[in-house]
Design a protein around this ligand. Structure first.
Ligand SMILES: [Zn+2]
Length: 180
């Protein structure tokens, strides 16, 4: 019995370590990369609140990948975003982290910020780039842009609909956040 218990314990431990290594465990709530969100829209909002302050202070774009994740605490599927890339005044890479390329079915899309003067809508290149990623990654569907005017917009590559999902956002430059 004691032996069975230790074998089971070892199995659980091994599974846990493997899961943590493959899919970063998502925290229950928050707004930082890896935190768990119920929807892709909410993941984009979390990114907006965490990274738009940096964008406004530094005057550069930030961009991240939105992907499916699993919350081990509640045993629920959800969404999160990757540690963002820092770009320049006009552009940012939204290349998914390399580990995600092994699991393309987890990919949902991406999100990036526009600094002051960057406009409150997607640029033509944002849309072109999205369709290229959508062509390469078969699960890629939504891109989001966070704008200096307090908007989060979502573009759906399947329906080609561009709509505002959040407006009137006020950014507080207080939170520290990581950067790739
Ligand atoms: Zn853009």
């Amino acid at each position: 019995m004691k032996r069975l218990t230790s074998v089971l314990l070892a199995l659980v431990l091994a599974a846990g370590i493997m899961a943590a290594g493959v899919i970063p465990a998502a925290a229950a709530t928050g707004q930082l990369p890896g935190d768990w969100f119920a929807t892709a829209d909410e993941a984009a909002l979390g990114f907006a609140m965490a990274y738009m302050p940096l964008t406004l202070i530094e005057g550069v774009e930030y961009g991240a990948t939105i992907y499916r994740t699993f919350n081990w605490d509640d045993f629920r599927l959800g969404y999160t975003y990757s540690i963002p890339h820092k770009g320049d005044e006009y552009s940012v890479s939204v290349m998914p982290p390399s580990w995600l390329l092994l699991f393309p079915f987890l990919l949902v899309g991406d999100v990036h910020t526009h600094p002051r003067g960057g406009g409150d809508d997607f640029s033509e290149w944002d849309i072109v780039g999205a369709h290229i990623f959508g062509f390469v990654f078969w699960c890629y569907r939504y891109i989001y842009v966070v704008t200096p005017g307090g908007l989060v917009r979502r573009y759906d590559m399947r329906t080609r609909q561009n709509q505002i999902v959040y407006s009137g956002l006020v950014y507080r430059p207080a939170r520290r956040a990581a950067e790739a």
